[in-house]
Design a protein. Structure first.
Length: 506
């Protein structure tokens, strides 16, 4: 059993100070960290003689995590000489022991382990041949480099040129000067003699004059004579070709400018459409209705796809912050509605989908009846999610304002952990979820309908909290909300304009 509050603290420096138990031949249980079960390089011992590694101890607030004895952080310290000697005598294995390396060294001589790793036969090394990405144990890498690697150098048996193994055939076919080839006239020769042969070949290949606009087909041997003897004609042809080229370049440049302008406009439209689609898919979603008992029922469809989207967002968050155990929840906002059919307070619900749990919050907004309604808001409410089997739970909440420079005109409260994610999925009916908000007079008896999970929360039980004492801006926000009615016009739902309620967690 652990006592106190534990906050995981792990970084690369902490990782090198603690070694897993499997790296040692034998370790007495009393030498293991009582939190991570690893062997600390620099152990910290409490007066009760229980051991923690420094990384775990930094995130531990309270008493001894093993026996529960109350010790302040200053009372933890390094162990005595006898215990330190016990650590130093432990036999730590090479990190490649699972690959067959049987080297071990005393825990007190870790520098020998670093020296061993530089020459460990089972350590993973990369092939030294250029272009090869193969990695393998050091005792097999030489065989790979010399006999198996596709990028190893071999020598052409015709010209003795060093060529990569996977390119030797292409070298012989296209480049080797000592490779025998055959001319179109039927005569065989080495590739290095080809140019000399073409000068006297009776079947010279006709080639097209390379000067733009000329196009004459001439035997290859006469090409230089043709070019030198047609300079005047070629100059005129080149001048015409240059003018046509410049005109074409100018026309294409204009077309490119117009195309780039249209592309930029299209990309802007697409971005706006995607932004609108995103806003519509997460804010003001679902439909409201009132059931037979005048309860407000919010129905959200396509929930299986929304849960998949939430999972993908959490996975993306984990990839951006590896090792992070806290993820930003996915927020689904309801349209704004009124607590009663003809006269009431204006409100909306916010569904927070996290990795393992689902939170639910109610937000009050400015409405057209605010000037006639009593303030502050003094109704109790019950919230039911789906048809999950559960007893009625009376829960309180911690609340604080995050004004972000705006006056505290909106009030919100709820639960960060209304139910776990698995229970939420079981409550889905036909790919939809129904959430009921029932507002009633203070201290009224509340019973969930259809055997759902419901929680009533009297406003009198709400208290504003941040680490036990409201800050000065929070006290000012609370007083401001108690002294003023809600404003008459609400600008609409926006994350920067919401004042989030932080649940206590259940």
């Amino acid at each position: 059993f652990f006592f106190g509050t534990f906050t995981l603290s792990y970084d690369m420096q902490g990782a090198t100070d603690t070694y897993p138990r499997t790296r040692f031949k034998h370790v007495d249980d009393d030498l293991l960290c009582c939190l991570c079960n690893g062997v600390p390089k620099n152990p910290m011992v409490a007066p009760c003689q229980h051991v923690c590694c420094p990384a775990c101890l930094e995130g531990w607030h309270g008493c001894c995590p093993q026996c529960g004895a109350s010790w302040s952080p200053q009372e933890w310290g390094p162990p005595g000489r006898i215990v330190q000697n016990m650590y130093k005598k432990l036999d730590i294995l090479c990190e490649y022991s699972t690959s067959g390396c049987d080297f071990s060294v005393k825990f007190g001589n870790l520098e020998e382990l670093d020296e061993h790793l530089a020459h460990c036969p089972k350590a993973i090394c990369r092939c030294s041949n250029e272009g090869c990405t193969f990695e393998g144990p050091r005792d097999t890498i030489e065989l790979h480099e010399q006999k198996q690697c596709e990028h190893r150098l071999v020598y052409c048996e015709l010209c003795d040129t060093a060529v990569k193994y996977n390119a030797i055939q292409e070298h012989k076919t296209s480049f080797c000067p000592m490779m025998e080839i055959e001319c179109t006239c039927g005569q065989k020769m080495l590739r290095k003699d080809k140019e000399a042969h073409l000068l006297r070949c009776p079947h010279r290949v006709l080639v097209v004059c390379p000067v733009a606009g000329c196009g004459q087909r001439i035997p290859q041997g006469d090409l230089e004579t043709h070019i030198s003897g047609s300079l005047s004609m070629h100059f005129q042809l080149l001048s015409v070709a240059t003018q046509e080229r410049d005109s074409t370049i100018s026309r294409l440049a204009d077309q490119l400018t117009q195309t780039q302008k249209k592309l930029a406009e299209a990309e802007e439209k697409i971005a706006n459409l995607e932004a609108d689609k995103h806003e519509q898919s997460w804010y003001g979603m679902g439909l409201w209705r009132r059931d037979e008992g005048c309860r407000n029922v919010w129905t959200i469809g396509n929930m299986n796809q929304r849960l998949k989207d939430a999972t993908l967002k959490h996975q993306a968050s984990a990839q951006r912050q590896p090792g992070c155990s806290v993820y930003v929840p996915i927020l689904l906002w309801s349209p704004q509605y009124y607590t009663q059919a003809s006269f009431g307070y204006r409100f909306s619900l916010c569904l927070n989908i996290s990795v393992h749990s689902v939170g639910l919050f109610i937000h009050l907004h400015e409405g057209e009846y605010d000037d006639q309604l009593p303030w502050p808001f003094n109704l109790d409410y019950t919230v039911q999610l789906g048809t999950i089997q559960s007893t009625i739970t009376q829960r309180d909440s911690y609340m604080h304002y995050t004004s972000q420079g705006r006056p505290p005109h909106e009030l919100s409260w709820g639960w960060a952990n209304f139910c776990d994610l698995n229970s939420f999925k079981e409550a889905l009916q036909n790919d939809s979820i129904e959430i009921t908000a029932y507002f009633h007079a203070s201290h009224a008896s509340v019973t969930p309908h259809h055997n759902g999970v419901a929680a009533g929360m009297p406003m009198g039980q709400h208290h504003y909290h941040q680490q036990g004492v409201p800050t000065a801006p929070q006290q000012q926000a609370i007083q401001s909300h108690q002294n003023h009615k809600a404003p008459k016009h609400h600008p609409g739902i926006h994350p920067g304009q919401m004042y989030a309620a932080v649940g206590q967690g259940y």
